[in-house]
Design a protein around this ligand. Structure first.
Ligand SMILES: [Zn+2]
Ligand SMILES: [Zn+2]
Length: 277
C-alpha cells in the first residue's frame, strides 16, 4: 500500500537533489528554499484531485472515441511499429498541450489558474508539481485525448507517460544541463526556465512541454544564446499557501481582503538574492 505514491516521490528526490547539487544553475539556491513546504503539499495531495479529473476525461474520451473512431482505424494505429507510434503520440499530445497552455496564458480567467504554476520565484524540480488541479486536468486532459482514443498500444502509452513525467520534472530543475543543438527539438531546462522568467521579453514564450520546435513553428520561441533568466515569478499578488492558492482563481484579489496578514504586493515582486544587481 502506497496511497501517496511515496516510493516514486522518494526516487524522484534521490535523482534530482544530487543532480541539482552536481550541476546547479544557481548554487546559492537552497534545497529547502522558500515555499518548499507548500510545494511538498502540492506533491503529496494534488495528485489525488488531478488523477480523479484525468480519469474522468480519459473515460469520457474513450467512450466518445468508441462511437466516433472506427475500430479498424484504432487497430491500424496500434499495429504501427513502435518507432512510429512513440514520436507520433508525443507530437499529438504536445500539440494539444501547446495550444491549451497558450490559451491559459491568453485568457484572463484561465490565467488565474495557471498563475499558480508561475508563482515560484525560484525554480527546482519540486516546482513541476505546483499546478492548480483545474489547470492540470484541462491542459493534460486535452493533450491525452489523442493518446487515449486513437488506438496506440499500451506499451507506447506507458513509454510516453514515463518520458513525459521525467521530462516535466527535469525541465524545472535547478540545473545547467544543456541539450546542445537538440534544444531546438526537445524542451530542456534552459527552454522552460525562460517560460518562467519574469522578464518582459520572455513573457508568453516557450509553451511546449516536450517538443521545443513547436514554439519555433508557431513563433513563440525565446532562448537567447548563452543567457539564462535573471528572475522568475509573477508581477501580480499570489497567496502563499496551498488551500488559498486553490481558491485564488475563483476569488481573484478578493482573497487578499479575506486575510489581513496576506503578503504585501511588494513581496510578490521581490527580486531574488541571486539576481544580478
Ligand atoms: Zn505557462
Ligand atoms: Zn513550468
Amino acid at each position: 500500500m502506497d496511497p501517496f505514491g511515496l516510493k516514486l516521490i522518494f526516487i524522484t528526490f534521490l535523482v534530482f537533489v544530487p543532480l541539482e547539487r552536481l550541476f546547479a544553475l544557481r548554487h546559492e539556491q537552497k534545497i529547502l528554499r522558500r515555499s518548499w513546504v507548500n510545494d511538498l503539499i502540492f506533491l503529496l495531495f494534488n495528485r489525488f484531485l488531478i488523477k480523479l479529473g484525468l480519469l474522468g476525461v480519459i473515460a469520457a474520451s474513450t467512450f466518445a472515441a468508441a462511437q466516433i473512431v472506427p475500430a479498424s482505424f484504432q487497430a491500424e494505429v496500434g499495429g504501427l511499429p513502435y518507432w512510429v507510434q512513440i514520436p507520433l503520440v508525443i507530437l499529438l499530445s504536445d500539440l494539444g498541450f501547446y495550444w491549451t497552455h497558450r490559451l491559459f496564458h491568453a485568457v484572463p480567467w484561465l490565467w488565474r489558474f495557471h498563475a499558480v504554476h508561475h508563482s515560484s520565484e525560484e525554480l527546482d524540480w519540486m516546482v513541476a508539481f505546483r499546478i492548480h488541479p483545474v489547470d492540470q486536468i484541462i491542459t493534460k486532459g486535452v493533450s491525452l485525448v489523442p493518446v487515449a482514443t486513437l488506438g496506440f498500444s499500451e506499451w507506447v502509452i506507458a513509454i510516453y507517460v514515463l518520458f513525459y513525467q521525467w521530462q516535466t520534472v527535469f525541465i524545472h530543475a535547478n540545473v545547467r544541463i544543456g541539450f546542445g543543438p537538440l534544444r531546438f527539438l526537445f524542451a530542456s531546462p534552459e527552454f522552460h526556465h525562460w517560460h518562467h522568467s519574469s522578464e518582459r521579453e520572455a513573457r508568453d514564450r516557450n509553451f511546449a512541454a516536450q517538443l521545443s520546435f513547436l514554439d519555433a513553428l508557431f513563433g513563440t520561441m525565446h532562448m537567447p544564446k548563452g543567457q539564462m533568466p535573471a528572475a522568475y515569478g509573477l508581477d501580480q499578488p499570489m497567496p502563499q499557501h496551498y488551500v488559498r492558492q486553490l481558491l485564488y482563481p475563483f476569488m481573484g484579489d478578493r482573497i487578499f481582503r479575506s486575510k489581513p496578514d496576506a503578503p504585501p504586493r511588494a513581496e510578490t515582486i521581490r527580486v531574488p538574492d541571486w539576481a544580478p544587481k
